[in-house]
Design a protein around this ligand. Structure first.
Ligand code: AMP
Length: 439
């Protein structure tokens, strides 16, 4: 094989950059988190939804908005053989609103409360806690402008994070106003930045033209001083938006949520109105040299998006609020508390099969165990009794079921108590009753 071909082969054996397999304990950790979070959402009256991984590109162009990093730089868009332009979903809110409008959910009792989880895709620079395929758990409440729903989303996200073991959860919150008050604020912000246009970075100069609110998202150290002096959106809120923001904060206080107003929080996406928020958790990180740093991890965010429905082509505005938690960062946090997923049961039985005849009876015995909800494990490729007993011993499994040539012919199995080493021969058709008596 020439060098070129062998390189090509190696490349084909690697998952794409920023995307990875979830295997074994890691898969269980994600699955356990999803199940627990879904359970919390269910208790609060949310219903599940699963959207397609691909949506029409137009959905995100209209919903997330031109001039945002997601639309301009990060979308995986492909042209199908039929000529459609489809995008691997970079976020869940626009797809949920699309589903709400497509299925006429306006005619259901309002609000409609939905949760979802799964992979999302952004062509970003991979680094620790940032992937090109990442997982989110999302909550959306559609069909109401009431401030209690903004607070419910924030409260539920913090409950889910607390249940997942995360500590010192804190929320940054801001209000960017509605169509009435955002215009004057945007103008004021643009005028302020225009005065400083020589001192800001090239990205900011571009934002000034395309999406001035995003100037406040800039992380460039050279722009921070100018950002600190920028006018604040809360100073421009109309009386209705002011009242809404006040009520959201009152609910948060009642719920005991630790929050602070961050006037630079605008969350670049076009669809937000009024409340925007981000959720953090403080954690102690051990560095490579053994020293420790306290880090405030961004674990989720969201906001109200009262104008999204119309910008997607809906006939009427649908007031709504929601957001997403970044599951990869939660699972990778040193504070993450593992919850076993429902399908993972500690095995009670190690099943040993010893001959070809025994292996033919294997499924009969496994079915008896499954129907009686007895979790079991086995090593199908091993033939020696002592090797398999050794594995069972090491795993600390309380019972083994042994099926050899003789047992296979007599339709029996041997059940061995691994602690007392006592053994019983049991007819396969009596195994169910026998298992019920075991502790
Ligand atoms: P966003 O949808 O950008 O508001 O993100 C919500 C949360 O998802 C963030 O706080 C992160 O925890 C997580 N997140 C966003 N982008 C990524 C990514 N590329 N990789 C891993 N997690 C991400």
């Amino acid at each position: 094989m020439d060098k070129k071909t062998s390189e090509k082969k190696d490349f084909a054996l690697q998952s794409p950059k920023g995307m990875r397999d979830l295997i074994g304990d890691e898969w269980y950790a994600y699955q356990g988190f999803f199940e627990k979070a879904a359970e919390v959402a269910h208790y609060y009256g949310f219903k599940p939804i699963e959207m397609p991984a691909l949506e029409r590109e137009e959905l995100f162009n209209r919903g997330v908005g031109e001039g945002t990093d997601i639309v301009e730089k990060e979308m995986y868009t492909l042209k199908t053989k039929g000529g459609d332009h489809l995008t691997m979903r970079p976020e869940g809110t626009a797809p949920v609103m699309r589903a709400y409008l497509e299925h006429g959910m306006q005619s259901l009792p309002q609000p409609v409360m939905l949760y979802y989880y799964g992979p999302f895709f952004r062509h970003d620079n991979p680094q620790k806690g940032r992937y090109r395929e990442f997982y989110q758990f999302g909550l959306e409440i559609l069909g109401t402008p009431k401030p209690i729903t903004d607070a419910t989303i924030i409260n539920l996200f913090s409950t889910i994070l607390k249940d997942a073991g995360l500590k010192k959860i804190n929320v940054k919150i801001n209000s960017i106003g509605d169509a009435d008050c955002r215009g004057p604020y945007r103008r004021e912000l643009s005028n302020y930045y225009k005065k400083h246009s020589k001192d800001i970075c090239a990205d900011c100069r571009e934002r000034l033209k395309t999406n001035p609110l995003r100037l406040l998202d800039c992380k460039n150290p050279g722009c921070q001083e100018i950002k600190a002096g920028a006018p604040e959106s809360v100073g421009f809120l109309c009386p209705a938006c002011k009242q809404h923001f006040k009520e959201v904060m009152e609910y948060l206080e009642k719920m005991g949520i630790d929050y602070e107003i961050d006037s630079t929080l605008v969350r670049g996406l076009d669809y937000y109105s009024r409340t925007v928020f981000e959720i953090f958790s403080e954690t102690e990180i051990t560095n490579e040299d053994g020293t420790k740093t306290i880090s405030n991890l961004a674990l989720g965010g969201g906001g109200r998006y009262d104008y999204l429905a119309k910008s997607l082509g809906g006939k009427k505005d649908v007031p709504a609020v929601g957001g997403g938690l970044g599951v990869d960062r939660i699972v990778e946090s040193p504070d993450f508390a593992y919850h076993a997923p429902r399908i993972v049961k500690k095995p009670k039985v190690f099943f040993i099969q010893l001959s070809f005849d025994a292996k033919l009876k294997t499924f009969e015995v496994i079915e008896v165990l499954r129907k009686n909800h007895v979790p079991m494990t086995h090593s199908m490729s091993k033939d020696s009794l002592s090797t398999q007993l050794g594995i069972a011993e090491r795993m600390g499994v309380p019972y083994t079921i042994i099926l050899g040539q003789k047992e296979a012919l007599e339709n029996t199995v041997i059940v061995r108590d691994m602690e007392t080493r006592s053994q019983d021969t049991v007819k396969i058709d009596k195994l169910c009753e026998y298992l019920k008596k075991l502790k």
